[in-house]
Design a protein around this ligand. Structure first.
Ligand SMILES: [Ca+2]
Ligand SMILES: [Ca+2]
Length: 422
């Protein structure tokens, strides 16, 4: 800012403070009123329609929710007056702070081997950071390793743990189990086998999980083979959507998270007639925080997607960023570089967390932002990608953890009076 600009702003501030002091009372009243209507506007889409309402009322009422109070009848942490869905504890209104965490990974292809104690530890850290929702895989391979043979023990434990701590879940449904597709990243031979698994999972967790994402990055050739302009994916999506809504009409279907070029994929989903088969659009806009125009890149991806949605009459649907992130390493070098080149330091990563949440939570149509990912990995990706965590492999918090926490508390504190919290 140059000197003349500073003088002008000092001068303006003088005039402004006279104005503010002369009407301090009405200004505050207006601010509260504006904030209340802002809360209602932000959450209007969460008000259930008739079908959803019926489904919510039909759900088991025995949630064993110890935190219910007289003014928060569903115990979701939002006062009845402001609760968009006061009978449904799964809907806690606007809370953009979310993360991706590989809580269910326990295989020979990864280092995570979460036992019960480690899961408790990581979920407590999430609570401390202010995480409101966590995204993780409900792997078909884990759940139905052989046709008709179902295993839910691990998932029951994780879902209960998160639910007890009021952390919401976005469940990813995918990939192909070995008996059902050519490989994990191929669509199933027979869609009905996938739809059957979806039905089983949703009906099991419908009292606890409301949001389901269908596959991850179906526009990437790593996750979906062969790439065919989203034809096969949209076909599967349609069947899954109908089955999911039949099991739980109050659940929401989140489009599979699309890569940086997701705008083309979303255009193709519309082209293939997918418009009525998802409730939330979902993108993964990664950018290199070491580049000055990183945030501009992210916003460009978002705007292109928004434009495509508007063009197709989807003005009312929200956008979720279910992955955004960058590594934070102690000593950047060639070995711990990521796909964008040399990795940021832990401090630079923290600055990116502040930027990301500072900028994106200001966008009205962006409802949730998931930091990818919550905890570092150990030699899984064998690059800087192992260091995307807010906490290190040994669970110690990085500067980015504190940046996330500060931002989450600042934003959610603003809404506190409208959430029935002290
Ligand atoms: Ca409530
Ligand atoms: Ca509620």
């Amino acid at each position: 800012m140059d000197t003349s600009a500073r003088n002008r702003s000092i001068c303006l501030w003088g005039i402004l403070s006279v104005f503010l002091f002369s009407c301090v009372q009405p200004a505050c009243a207006t601010a509260t009123h504006t904030k209340a209507s802002e809360w209602k506007r932000r959450n209007a889409h969460l008000v259930p329609d008739e079908k959803e309402n019926k489904a919510i009322l039909a759900l088991d009422q025995d949630y064993s929710v110890p935190w219910r109070t007289a003014t928060d009848s569903d115990g979701d942490g939002v006062d009845d007056v402001y609760d968009p869905s006061p009978m449904d504890w799964r809907e806690n209104g606007y809370d953009p702070f979310a993360v991706l965490a590989f809580l269910s990974w326990y295989h020979d292809w990864n280092a995570y081997k979460y036992d019960c104690d480690a899961l408790k530890k990581v979920v407590d850290l999430m609570k401390d950071a202010g995480v409101g929702m966590v995204r993780f895989d409900f792997l078909w391979q884990d759940i139905e390793p052989r046709p008709g043979e179902l295993h839910f023990e691990k998932y029951d434990y994780i879902v209960d743990l998160l639910t007890e701590r009021q952390v919401r879940v976005l469940g990813i449904l995918g990939y192909s189990v070995s008996w059902a597709g050519k490989a994990w990243n191929y669509p199933p031979y027979d869609d009905e086998t996938f739809v059957r698994y979806v039905r089983q999972v949703i009906s099991r967790y419908k009292n606890k999980i409301k949001y389901w994402e269908i596959w991850n990055e179906p526009d990437s050739r790593t996750y979906w083979v062969p790439q065919d302009d989203m034809k096969r994916y949209t076909e599967l999506l349609k069947k899954v959507y109908e089955a999911a809504k039949a099991v739980d009409p109050s659940c929401k279907i989140v489009l599979g998270g699309m890569t940086n070029s997701g705008y083309y994929a979303i255009k193709n989903v519309y082209r293939n007639g997918g418009k009525d088969y998802f409730d939330v659009v979902n993108i993964h806009p990664f950018a290199n925080p070491l580049r000055a125009k990183a945030m501009m890149d992210v916003l460009a991806i978002y705007r292109n997607v928004r434009r495509e949605m508007d063009k197709n009459g989807d003005q009312d649907k929200k956008i979720w960023f279910t992955e955004i992130g960058a590594p934070g390493v102690e000593r950047p070098n060639k070995e711990n570089a990521w796909w964008e080149g040399i990795s940021p330091t832990e401090k630079q990563q923290a600055a990116w967390v502040t930027d990301v949440y500072g900028r994106l939570t200001g966008l009205d149509d962006v409802e949730k932002v998931f930091w990818a990912f919550f905890r570092d990995n150990l030699g899984h990706f064998k690059s800087g990608v192992d260091f995307f965590g807010l906490v290190r492999w040994d669970f110690t918090p990085k500067p980015s953890f504190f940046a996330y926490k500060k931002r989450a508390h600042a934003v959610m504190d603003e809404w506190r009076p409208f959430r029935g919290e002290p």
